[in-house]
Design a protein around this ligand. Structure first.
Ligand code: ADP
Ligand code: MG
Length: 677
C-alpha cells in the first residue's frame, strides 16, 4: 500500500470527520472532474487530427446499485495512466485544490464549513464513501488501472479492466449512522435513489456542457390486447430508459432577445421554488477586465420568511458551468435581499474559500454593478408600470426603508426615490419626488403623519390642519417609516425648476427663456416634518402673534391645567395648528426628537416595558376658537379649580384617544365623562 502525503492526509481527515451537513456536494465535484476529463479529450481532438473522436459521444454517466450500496460516476474522457493516478489522486499537491490550505483551515475552526461551501475536489468523495475505486484507462493506452482507497492511510494501484478510454469512480457508501444524544444521524442510503441523484445533478451540475445521463424509471401504457373487451382498463408498466438529466446550456448565457419570457419564468420557478412568475427579469452580460453573465429576478410575491432571521439572501455563483455557491450573500446589499438569480463568471476560481471570497475585489465590482442594475430596473418599473410597482412595493418596500434606516441615511440617495407613501390629498401612493413637484409655492418641508391606520390618521386634527392650508400630508402606517425619515433628515429633490425669490430675477430668467435659454434648475432640500411634532412653522406671522398673546393672556388658566396634568405634559398652550372653529378643541403635540408614534413603536418592541425607555415631551395644545375654550376661560374666571382639573384631564385623554393611545386610567376617564353629563 502506498501512503498518502501529509497534506492529503490532513485534508482527508478533515473531510471524513466533518460533521458538515452539505456532504451532497461530492457529486458535483466528481461530475466536474468528469467534465474536465471530457473537456481535455475534446480539446485534444480539436488540435490533433489523429484523434478519432465524435463529440456527440462524449458524455458522463451516473449510476447506482442499491444492493451493493455503490454510486458510480463515469466519463469517456481522457482517462489516467497508472502514473497519473498516483500523481493526481495520491497527493493533494497535484490537484487543482492545492490552494486550499488544509493547515490554515484546520486552525480556523469552521474548516468544515469551507469544505461544504466550496468543495475540494476528488477527496470530497470520502465524506460519503468508506471505499473509493477509480477504474481508469488513458486515451491511447491498452491497459486500465484501478486506484483504491478507504481514505485512511493510503491507497493501492493495480492493473484492471476497462473496455474503452475514460474513468469510473465507484463509491461504496458509508454505513448509516444512527442519531445519538439528540443529534440527527447520517443517512447515506438517501443517495441510493433516482430522485435524489437527479435532484443533485439538476441542482449543482445542470449546466455542465456535456450530457449527464442516468437510467431512470418511467411508466408507459401497455398495448391494448386484441381481445380486450369493452370494460378494458389500460394497464401500465415500468421500464428503464437512459435520460439526460442536465439542461446543458445555461439560460443566462443566452441573449435576452433569444429567450422567451415564459422560459425565464419557468427557469425562475423551478430553480427558486416559487409558484408565481417573477415580477421582473434582469439579464445582462458584462465584458471587460471581468467577464460575467447575470440573470436576476424580482419575485412576484414576498417569501413567507423574508423578514425572519432564517431568511438567507444571495445569488447563485457559477464558474465554468459549475455551481460553486448556492447563495453568495456578498453579491447583494441587504435592502435588495429579495432578488434571486445567478452570476456566472469564468474568472472566479472554483476552489475559492469563503474568506477570500469576501475580500474578493472582483466580487465587489460585480456586486456594485448588480446593485446599480437592480436600482435602474426598479426605477423603470416605477415610471412605466406603476401598478406592478405598487405591488412590488407592498411586498418589498419595507426592506428598502430599512435600507435607509440601517445605513443611517447613507443609502438615502439611492433608495429615497424608490419609496412610495400614501398621499392624503391625492388618496394614492406617491413618491417623494411627486410630492415635491406638486408643492405649492412657499412650501418648505414635506409633511407626514405616522400611525397604524390610514383612516384614523386622515381625520387627526394635526393632519386636517395642514391639509386645510393646502399642503399634502403623507400618511405613514409602517413602524419603520418615521425611523427612516429621521435617518434621512431631508429629501433632496434634484433638478427642480428654479424658484426665484425676487421678481427682478424671475423676470430676467423668463426673458432669457423666451430667447431660447434652458429653464434653470436647482436641488431643493426639503425637511421631513411630522405634523404632530415641534413647530411646523405653518402659521402666518399674525396667527403666531395671536397664539402667543392668547397664551400670555390666559397664562393663569394654562398654569392651572399644567398643574392638574402634572408631568404628563411639558406645557399647555394655545395651538397655532388648530385655528378654525370647526376644528378639534385640542391636540397633543410633542417637542424634541421623539414622536408619539415612535414612542408607541418602541413600546411594542422587545424593550417595551423597560424602565428608562425615552419618553415623549408632550404639549397639550388648545384651539382658542373652539367653544370649549370659552368654557375653560369662564371656569378660570369663576375660580372653579375642580372644573379646570376635570376639563384638563378630559381634553388630554381625548386628544390621546384621537392618536390611538388609550387613557392611562380608562375608569377615571369614563367617570369624568359621566360627571360632566
Ligand atoms: P481539481 O479538479 O481541482 O484539479 P480534484 O481533486 O477534483 O482537483 O482532482 C484531482 C485531479 O485528478 C484532477 O486535476 C485530474 O487530473 C484528476 N482526475 C480526477 N477525476 C478525473 C477523471 N474523472 N478523469 C481524469 N482525471 C481525473
Ligand atoms: Mg475537481
Amino acid at each position: 500500500m502506498r501512503k498518502f502525503k501529509t497534506e492529503s492526509k490532513k485534508l482527508l481527515d478533515l473531510m471524513i470527520n466533518s460533521i458538515y451537513t452539505n456532504k451532497e456536494i461530492f457529486l458535483r465535484e466528481l461530475i466536474s472532474n468528469a467534465s474536465d476529463a471530457v473537456d481535455k479529450l475534446n480539446f485534444k481532438s480539436l488540435t490533433d487530427d489523429s484523434l478519432q473522436i465524435n463529440p456527440d459521444d462524449l458524455a458522463i454517466r451516473v449510476a447506482f446499485d442499491r444492493d451493493a450500496r455503490t454510486i458510480t460516476v463515469s466519463d469517456n474522457g481522457i482517462g489516467m495512466t497508472a502514473e497519473e493516478l498516483e500523481k493526481n489522486l495520491g497527493t493533494i499537491a497535484h490537484s487543482g485544490s492545492q490552494e486550499f490550505k488544509a493547515e490554515n483551515a484546520d486552525s480556523q475552526g469552521d474548516a468544515v464549513d469551507i469544505i461544504g461551501q466550496f468543495g475540494v475536489g476528488f477527496y470530497s468523495a470520502f465524506m460519503v464513501a468508506k471505499k473509493v475505486q477509480v477504474v481508469s484507462r488513458a486515451y491511447g493506452e491498452d491497459e486500465a488501472h484501478v486506484w483504491e482507497s478507504d481514505g485512511l492511510e493510503g491507497y493501492t494501484i493495480e492493473p484492471g479492466e476497462r473496455a474503452d478510454h475514460g474513468t469510473d469512480v465507484i463509491l461504496t457508501l458509508r454505513d448509516n449512522e444512527p442519531g445519538k444524544d439528540g443529534e440527527s444521524g447520517e443517512d447515506y442510503d438517501r443517495y441510493l435513489s433516482e430522485w435524489t441523484l437527479k435532484d443533485l445533478i439538476k441542482r449543482y451540475s445542470n449546466y455542465v456542457r456535456y450530457p449527464i445521463k442516468m437510467m431512470v424509471t418511467k411508466s408507459r401504457q401497455k398495448p391494448k390486447p386484441e381481445d380486450a373487451g369493452d370494460d378494458y382498463k389500460p394497464e401500465y408498466e415500468d421500464y428503464q430508459e437512459l435520460e439526460t438529466i442536465n439542461s446543458m446550456t445555461p439560460i443566462w448565457k443566452k441573449r435576452a432577445s433569444e429567450v422567451e419570457q415564459s422560459d425565464y419564468n419557468e427557469f425562475y420557478k423551478s430553480t427558486f421554488h416559487d409558484y408565481e412568475d417573477p415580477a421582473r427579469t434582469i439579464s445582462f452580460h458584462a465584458e471587460g477586465t471581468l467577464e460575467y453573465d447575470a440573470l436576476l429576478f424580482v419575485p412576484g410575491r414576498a417569501p413567507f420568511d423574508l423578514y425572519s432571521k432564517d431568511y438567507e439572501k444571495g445569488l447563485a455563483l457559477y464558474s465554468s458551468n459549475v455551481m460553486i455557491m448556492e447563495k453568495c450573500a456578498d453579491l447583494l446589499p441587504d435592502y435588495y435581499n429579495f432578488v434571486r438569480g445567478v452570476v456566472d463568471s469564468e474568472d472566479i476560481s472554483l476552489n475559492i474559500s469563503r474568506e477570500t471570497l469576501q475580500h474578493d475585489r472582483q466580487l465587489h465590482a460585480i456586486a456594485r454593478r448588480i446593485e446599480k442594475k437592480i436600482t435602474d430596473d426598479l426605477c423603470d418599473m416605477r415610471d412605466n408600470d406603476r401598478e406592478a410597482y405598487e405591488k412590488f412595493f407592498e411586498n418589498f418596500g419595507r426592506g428598502l426603508k430599512f435600507g435607509i434606516y440601517n445605513t443611517y441615511g447613507a443609502k438615502a440617495d439611492e433608495l429615497a426615490d424608490l419609496l412610495l407613501f400614501w398621499s392624503a390629498k391625492n388618496q394614492k401612493m406617491i413618491t417623494l419626488r411627486e410630492y415635491a413637484e406638486a408643492m405649492p409655492a412657499g412650501q418648505k418641508a414635506i409633511y407626514y403623519a405616522a400611525g397604524d391606520d390610514r383612516d384614523r390618521l386622515s381625520k387627526m386634527p394635526v393632519v386636517t390642519g395642514v391639509l386645510t392650508r393646502g399642503y399634502d400630508v403623507l400618511l405613514c402606517t409602517q413602524d419603520v417609516d418615521e425611523f427612516t425619515f429621521q435617518a434621512m433628515r431631508e429629501y433632496v429633490a434634484k433638478n427642480m425648476p428654479k424658484v426665484y425669490e425676487d421678481d427682478a430675477a424671475r423676470e430676467a430668467a423668463e426673458k432669457a427663456q423666451a430667447d431660447g435659454a434652458e429653464p434653470e434648475t436647482e436641488d431643493r432640500h426639503l425637511e421631513l416634518k411630522n405634523v404632530a411634532t415641534g413647530d411646523l412653522d405653518l402659521a402666518s406671522e399674525d396667527e403666531k402673534k395671536e397664539a402667543e398673546e392668547a397664551t400670555k393672556e390666559h397664562s393663569g388658566l394654562f398654569d392651572a391645567m399644567k398643574e392638574a396634568l402634572g408631568d404628563k405634559v411639558e406645557k399647555v398652550a394655545v395651538s397655532s395648528r388648530l385655528v378654525g372653529e370647526g376644528e378639534a378643541p385640542a391636540c397633543i403635540s410633542t417637542e424634541g426628537p421623539l414622536s408619539l408614534e415612535m414612542e408607541k413603536v418602541l413600546k411594542r418592541g422587545p424593550e417595551g416595558e423597560a424602565e428608562g425607555l425615552p419618553k415623549t415631551q408632550r404639549v397639550l395644545e388648545l384651539n382658542a376658537k373652539h367653544p370649549v375654550f370659552a368654557k375653560l376661560t369662564a371656569a378660570q374666571d369663576a375660580g372653579d379649580t375642580e372644573k379646570i382639573k376635570l376639563y384638563a384631564g378630559l381634553l388630554y385623554d381625548q386628544a390621546l384617544l384621537v392618536e390611538g393611545i388609550l387613557p392611562e386610567d380608562p375608569v377615571a376617564f369614563s367617570q369624568s365623562v359621566c360627571e360632566l353629563m
